[in-house]
Ligand binder design. Structure first.
Ligand SMILES: Cc1cc2nc3c(=O)[nH]c(=O)nc-3n(C[C@H](O)[C@H](O)[C@H](O)COP(=O)(O)O)c2cc1C
Length: 354
């Protein structure tokens, strides 16, 4: 009861402070990234101070779930979108059952030019559009830093998301990371293949190349027993999504993540064409929920494969709905930046359900 009240108060304060920071720092010129950088800095200071314990919520024991042999104390996990360690620590403290690192590419990349992330409103609620273009510090930096002591101390599963511009690049990144993962004493890493990569020079990506995906999965499976998740885009056709599922059911210990951001133009959501350095970007947040829910239902009724439902999940009702339709885990990105204190409130409601 007290914890629920604390979560609600923190929720209200977080949302109000966030609005003030966005109002002041992201208005002229319009660029949400400035507010994000300020928010991350403040959060970092909080996370290295004793005040971090104020963010700590116990996960009720009755809501744990399994993905093969990986044990998640809550079905809520952080989708792959952030590699800032302090943010990841904050989300573990509020009660996520696990997390996924932001996609790693072979070489460091700055991503697209700013502005490249903006906030939009649907149905009087907030969502995001980003055309970040996968900024990454590259695989060499990643392998020196992914075994972060504080993150590992939560002892919850950690996903490593891999991207690439070709099969060879995916494999190279995987092999470099995997040699460290196999030597690690932490045994709860899983892999996620981000196959909706927007950076390929010829506009093609792994989601169009089932033979390539199959070959990559076979090679990964020969090198490790870790769970492998494939994350598909809501821009994929149903036929394509089903082909990915057919491939996954034939490889051991695989799961599907439905899904990623959805491409839209800035103009189609009422933004000025020039609010972005590109014409559009990936939509995330509440506007994706109906599609996520429909895709979970479609895959669960046609394939025997574990599902992570990602896209537009923001409330207890959303979580219950996708779990009821057959999802094992629920990925969250936008809601974690809009209000991370929804997590303990959802966990608490889930435990009353059990
Ligand atoms: C700022 C931002 C960066 C993201 N970066 C990645 C990424 O590196 N890899 C990936 O697979 N998905 C990435 N995503 C997609 C999210 O993981 C998630 O699939 C998507 O945002 C839908 O979930 P949501 O509606 O809860 O935000 C990103 C999303 C956002 C908003």
């Amino acid at each position: 009861m007290l914890n629920r009240l604390r979560a609600k108060l923190l929720s209200l304060s977080f949302k109000s402070i966030r609005r003030v920071v966005i109002g002041i720092f992201a208005r002229w010129p319009k660029d949400l990234e400035r507010a994000i950088i300020i928010g991350d800095t403040v959060n970092h200071l909080l996370m290295i101070s004793p005040l971090r314990y104020f963010f700590k919520f116990r996960i009720p024991s009755s809501i744990d779930t399994k993905l093969y042999d990986l044990s998640f104390p809550s079905p809520l996990i952080a989708a792959s979108f952030k590699d800032d360690i302090s943010s990841l620590i904050q989300w573990q403290l509020v009660g996520l059952g696990g997390m996924t690192y932001k996609t790693v590419l072979k070489r460091p990349s700055e991503g697209n030019q700013r502005p490249r992330i903006q906030e939009i409103k649907y149905d009087r609620r907030y969502g995001l559009i980003n055309s970040l273009g996968l900024p990454t510090k590259g695989v060499k930096y990643f392998i020196d830093n992914f075994e972060n002591r504080k993150l590992l101390s939560f002892n919850r599963p950690i996903g490593i998301s891999i991207g690439g511009n070709s099969i060879e690049e995916y494999l190279e990144v995987f092999n470099m990371i995997n040699s460290r993962v196999q030597d690690s004493s932490f045994n709860q890493f899983f892999y996620e293949l981000n196959i909706s990569c927007p950076n390929t020079e010829d506009g093609k990506c792994l989601s169009d190349d089932m033979e390539g995906l199959r070959m990559l999965l076979d090679k990964m499976r020969k090198s490790c027993l870790n769970v492998i998740v494939v994350k598909v885009s809501p821009d994929s056709t149903q036929e394509n999504m089903f082909k990915v599922c057919e491939t996954l059911v034939s490889v051991d210990r695989c799961a599907i993540n439905l899904g990623n951001t959805k491409y839209i133009t800035a103009e189609s959501v009422g933004l000025d064409k020039k609010t972005f350095s590109k014409d559009g970007g990936g939509l995330s947040g509440v506007g994706l929920f109906d599609m996520t829910s429909r895709n979970v239902e479609l895959v669960a009724s046609n394939f025997d494969i574990p599902i992570i439902a990602t896209g537009g999940i923001s409330t207890y009702e959303d979580v219950i709905s996708v779990l009821g339709k057959g999802a094992t885990l629920v990925g969250m990105a936008s809601q974690l930046v809009i209000d991370p204190f929804q997590v303990p409130q959802i966990n608490s409601k889930l435990s009353n359900e059990n």
